[in-house]
Design a protein around this ligand. Structure first.
Ligand SMILES: NC(=O)c1ccc[n+]([C@@H]2O[C@H](COP(=O)([O-])OP(=O)(O)OC[C@H]3O[C@@H](n4cnc5c(N)ncnc54)[C@H](OP(=O)(O)O)[C@@H]3O)[C@@H](O)[C@H]2O)c1
Length: 242
């Protein structure tokens, strides 16, 4: 039987942390090795509240980190990842100013996979956006809805879609309008309209498992990758590249 991948989870008490923990319970591929969080969940071999309580020896045993936290949390994890040259999957969003440049710098030393949205469906929607180049003269609007506890607004995904859309149609588009309503997991809508017709492209996440599955798929893949910054494009085109 293949050796299980020892997982370090950053943000295990959070909503995405819960989704990851559910998927790795009884997993034949992952060992819930280490969590760093304010309250131990009882699901991991080792549990720490702060990174500075953890020995280098323990850090070295982690095969891959998954992070769903906050930018300031991720920035604390990066030096550990860099020193120990362990791969990292991060879905954290809401970066300000040049915070993300620290992720880019760290990826020169170790493999980092970052995506604002780890769902297969959302990636497919991003491919569909490229086809809007044929109607670049239309008017466009972006909208997103998330649960009321979501911190960043517009969402990281909406920021990504906005960049994709501007690139596809070759003109400036107003930033996404974000709504914070109830328990919505995430709805992203692109509307394109002319005087005669209207198109809507929409992705609706029906649960958080979809993001957690993407993160675990990326974790299985990244353990074999050299240093570099990887994205959903890399993960979704693996077969085609082979
Ligand atoms: N890429 C994707 O597919 C995707 C999907 C969903 C969400 N997200 C993003 O993932 C992140 C987490 O989302 P969520 O819904 O799980 O949020 P959440 O429920 O608020 O959970 C946040 C988690 O991060 C921890 N945390 C917060 N600040 C921290 C810090 N400074 N240092 C260390 N840990 C810290 C919290 O720990 P304690 O509560 O224990 O302090 C908690 O476990 C957000 O940025 C969200 O936008 C990405």
């Amino acid at each position: 039987m293949a050796k299980k991948i020892k997982l370090g989870l950053f943000g295990s008490t959070g909503k995405m942390g819960v989704a990851i923990r559910q998927l790795i319970k009884n997993s034949s591929e992952f060992n819930a090795f280490l969590e760093v969080c304010s309250k131990p969940t009882g699901d991991f071999d080792l549990s720490y509240i702060n990174l500075d309580e953890i020995s280098q020896q323990t850090f070295k045993q982690v095969d891959v980190w998954i992070d769903f936290s906050r930018p300031e949390g991720l920035l604390e994890l990066l030096p550990i990842v860099q020193q120990t040259k362990k791969p990292l999957i991060s879905g954290t969003t809401g970066f300000e100013n040049n915070q993300f440049s620290k992720v880019e710098a760290c990826s020169k030393k170790t493999a980092i996979f970052w995506a604002s949205n780890m769902s297969v469906g959302l990636w497919t929607l991003r491919q569909a956006i490229k086809t809007l180049s044929t109607i670049s003269h239309f008017d466009f609007a972006l909208e997103e809805i998330h649960h009321t506890q979501k911190k960043d607004n517009p969402s990281g995904t909406a920021v990504t879609l906005h960049k994709d859309l501007e690139k596809a149609v070759g003109k400036k588009i107003a930033p996404a309008v974000g709504h914070r309503l109830g328990g919505v997991f995430g709805i992203h809508t692109i509307t394109a309209a002319s005087q005669s017709e209207m198109i809507k492209l929409e992705h609706n996440a029906l649960n958080r498992t979809v993001f957690a599955e993407g993160a675990l798929k990326a974790a299985l893949w990244i353990v074999k990758q050299p240093a570099g910054l990887y994205s959903m494009d890399d993960l979704m085109t693996i077969k085609r590249k082979k």
